[in-house]
Structures are given as structure tokens and as C-alpha cells.
Design a binder for this molecule. Structure first.
Ligand SMILES: [Zn+2]
Length: 432
């Protein structure tokens, strides 16, 4: 493999949360030098032209839909979307058909990814057989074939005993349980957040309590077992308060929030209807503000996309029939900037750890920072670039985003995995 040198830009030192002027050399799949000036006559030069070179983003919560739902997304198309969004590593949820509940099924995803994916794919194993919450999967066997964590994402684990056993098993293997906190009975059959808007629209409503009551249980179970509870897609203020208190008690808990929950509220639902339907739902402005506060004070560790692609016929239907979820990989960086950077709450350098070194730390991955000897998984960011979310240009098969045809600011313009450029776009094109 050849050598590549990045010049004339800013390097994101995510651990120190700063941008520094410098050059970076890649050879043999790794970063081999970082310095103010590097001389290497045999390297191909990439002129950053004042753009930002950052570690490739790491998403701990992606739905790739394969096997079983290839009409929504495949591993190949999801990986294309990831690279276009600046992601070089994605952890994929097991709620496929069949679910990733056996070692062979986990191994199949690894093999399919090796054959078709342009980014690194890390499968997450199911907590329970067929994700029905009744019988624990063989965690050790799934881990041996490549599972990096366990989750029944898409639904909550209703049995307290099952969650206790899952946290014990995960603790023994030193991997996290990634918990979708939702009490199905409290959640009911609503489509959007329970409140004034759900009443206006005649929707049953999904109360925040369906999330934070199960979360409260799981925090106690994490304390009892010593297991690592990673809370998926936190959406409510009370959940933020519970996680903050649990961290203060020393419970091993980490948490993620999606860009859309940081940026949008239920107020967009009347205009967008099915295109604003997501689980957990977009909630109130008070909830959104609590999520922002949780990001700023470290209660919430990372940003994850919950990329949930669907076909058009599954979203362009009445609200009650629409599928839950947004296609998120390609807009995540820009939406995170809209929520945190453009309002002046964080600088770009302060935002980047939530997309890079912190998700890496949760799974113990070597990538996620710019350091000599680490994998050359990199993204070149044009943080000020204005672009339109044109469905024809989204690489994901899922065009289901509430940001369709809107202008966003900030985009990945080049993505590199293990030293190979896997994605590149014209920096000046506003609809690329
Ligand atoms: Zn979920």
C-alpha cells in the first residue's frame, strides 16, 4: 500500500479537544507521523486547504437491515452511507431477520461486511433468542464470532430477571449491554410523544415514563451485577437526571443521544407526520434542553445515529401506520453541529470526542484518535460547508429523514479506512 500525506489543514486532537495546525502521514494502513512539517517524497499529497482532518467517526448504533430487510438497506448501502457521513466504524444492531442470536449469524454479518462493506462493521449480538426476551443467547459464543456488545434494540427487555442475567453475562465477558429502555406496556401503541400534540392529532402518545422507569430498573441491575449498562438513545429529561445520579454513585453506565433528539422536538410532528416518527419519539423542548445539558456536563457520553432506514412505502402513510425511525448516518455530523456548535454551546473540537474517541473507549477500540501507530481511519471535514439534503444524493437506501430538502451546515468530504480512500466528494458542490 502507498503512502499518503495530508497537508495545509487542521488536525483534530480529540483527546485534548483542540485543533492544531500540522501534517499527518499514513503508510501501511496506519498513521506513522504527525508533525508540524513532514518530508516524504514518495507519498501522495492531499491538500486539505484549511479543512479539518479528524479521526473517522464511530457509530455505536446503526441498523443495517441485512439479512432480511434488504428493501430498506443492505450492509453495502449502509456502509456507503456511513462513509459519506464520515463514519469509518459502525456497530450494527441485531434486529434483522433472522436476529443475530447465534454465532453463525454473527459470523455471517462479519463475512458479508468483509465482502461488501467499505467501512468497518462490528456486529452487536442479541440479548435473547429471537429477541423475544425469554431465553438468553450464548454470549460467549457470539462474542467469539465477533459480537462486540449485546442488545435487544428495537424493544425493551421486559423481564427484570432476563436483564439481570444479561448484565451478569456481559460483565463476565467485559462487554456492554446496550439497552433500549422501553416498557412496552407503558409505551402502548402511540406514534409520538405523549402530550398536547399527541392529543391534538388523536394519537395515544408514548409517555416518557415508558423510558425512564425501565432505565431506573436497569441502573439498579447494573449496580447489583457490576455490569456495564450502555443506555441507547436517551430521549427524556428524567432519564438524564437518573443517569447523572447513577454516575455519581459509581454505577458503570454510559449513554448515547441521537443528533435528532438534540436538535428537534415534537413541534415538527404536525408538519412532517410519518417523517417525524421515531422511537423513542421526539419529545418536548424541556426534554431537549435536558439532553443538551447532559451532553455539556458529561452525563451523556456519545452521539450515536440510530440510523434506521426504511422504504418510502413504509413512511409515506398515515402517522399511525408509518414505521419508526430516521435515516441518520449522512446528516448526523451536520445535525450535531446545528444542535451544539452553531448555537455556540460547543466548539467543533469539543463536539468531536462524542463521535470518535469516546465511542471507541466504550468498545475498547484502537481507532478514534489521531495517534502514531493507530489505524488510518480518517475523515476530512468541511465544517462550514452548506448543502441541501437531496434524496437523490443520499447513499442510504433510506430517504426517511426529517431533514429532506433542508439546508445543513458541515459535511465529510473525504473518508479513509485503513489508509484507503473509500469516499470523496466535491467540496464546492452544495447538493453532493
Ligand atoms: Zn432502540
Amino acid at each position: 500500500m502507498g503512502k499518503t500525506i495530508f497537508r495545509n489543514g487542521w488536525l483534530a486532537d480529540v483527546e485534548q479537544r483542540r485543533l492544531v495546525r500540522g501534517e499527518l502521514l499514513v503508510e501501511d494502513k496506519r498513521i506513522t507521523a504527525i508533525a508540524p512539517r513532514i518530508t516524504c517524497e514518495t507519498a501522495e499529497e492531499i491538500d486539505l486547504a484549511d479543512a479539518v482532518l479528524a479521526p473517522g467517526f464511530i457509530d455505536l448504533h446503526t441498523h443495517l437491515r441485512e439479512p432480511g430487510y434488504e428493501h430498506k438497506e443492505t450492509i453495502a448501502s449502509g456502509a456507503q452511507a456511513a462513509a459519506a457521513g464520515g463514519f469509518t466504524t459502525i456497530a450494527c444492531m441485531p434486529n434483522t431477520r433472522p436476529a443475530l442470536d447465534t454465532a453463525a449469524r454473527v459470523a455471517w454479518v462479519k463475512e458479508q461486511a468483509a465482502a461488501t462493506s467499505i467501512v468497518k462493521v462490528l456486529p452487536i449480538g442479541a440479548i435473547s433468542v429471537e429477541q423475544t426476551g425469554r431465553e438468553l443467547t450464548d454470549f460467549a459464543a457470539l462474542q467469539a464470532s465477533g459480537a462486540v456488545a449485546f442488545s435487544d434494540d428495537g424493544r425493551g427487555v421486559m423481564s427484570s430477571k432476563m436483564m439481570l442475567l444479561a448484565l451478569q453475562a456481559a460483565q463476565a465477558l467485559a462487554v456492554p449491554i446496550m439497552a433500549h429502555e422501553e416498557d412496552a406496556e407503558l409505551a402502548g401503541r402511540g406514534s409520538i410523544n405523549a402530550g398536547r400534540i399527541s392529543q391534538q392529532l388523536g394519537d395515544e402518545g408514548i409517555p416518557a415514563a415508558s423510558e425512564f422507569i425501565m432505565l431506573a430498573r436497569d441502573l439498579y441491575l447494573a449496580e447489583l451485577t457490576g455490569g456495564h449498562l450502555h443506555v441507547c438513545h436517551v430521549s427524556s429529561a428524567e432519564s438524564v437526571h437518573l443517569i447523572r445520579a447513577a454516575k455519581a454513585r459509581g454505577i458503570q453506565v454510559t449513554a448515547e443521544v441521537t443528533p435528532h433528539h438534540l436538535h428537534l422536538t415534537e413541534a415538527v410532528v404536525p408538519a412532517l407526520l410519518g417523517q417525524a416518527k421515531v422511537n423513542p419519539p421526539l419529545r418536548s423542548e424541556a426534554d431537549r434542553e435536558a439532553l443538551i445539558t447532559g451532553m455539556l456536563d458529561g452525563t451523556i457520553d456519545i452521539i450515536a445515529t440510530d440510523h434506521a432506514p426504511h422504504a418510502a412505502h413504509e413512511k409515506d402513510v398515515p402517522l399511525s401506520q408509518a414505521a419508526f425511525g430516521f435515516s441518520g448516518l449522512e446528516v448526523a455530523f451536520a445535525v450535531a453541529q446545528a444542535a451544539l456548535v452553531q448555537p455556540g454551546l460547543l466548539t467543533l473540537a469539543e463536539l468531536l470526542p462524542a463521535l470518535t474517541c469516546r465511542p471507541a473507549a466504550i468498545l475498547g477500540l484502537p481507532q478514534g484518535r489521531l495517534a502514531v501507530g493507530t489505524p488510518a481511519d480518517l475523515v476530512v471535514l468541511a465544517p462550514q460547508k452548506r448543502w441541501y439534503v437531496n434524496p437523490d444524493n443520499l447513499r442510504s437506501q433510506g430517504k426517511n429523514t426529517p431533514y429532506l430538502n433542508q439546508e445543513l451546515i458541515g459535511q465529510a468530504v473525504l473518508t479513509m479506512v485503513d489508509g484507503s480512500i473509500v469516499f470523496r466528494r466535491d467540496r464546492d458542490a452544495s447538493d453532493a
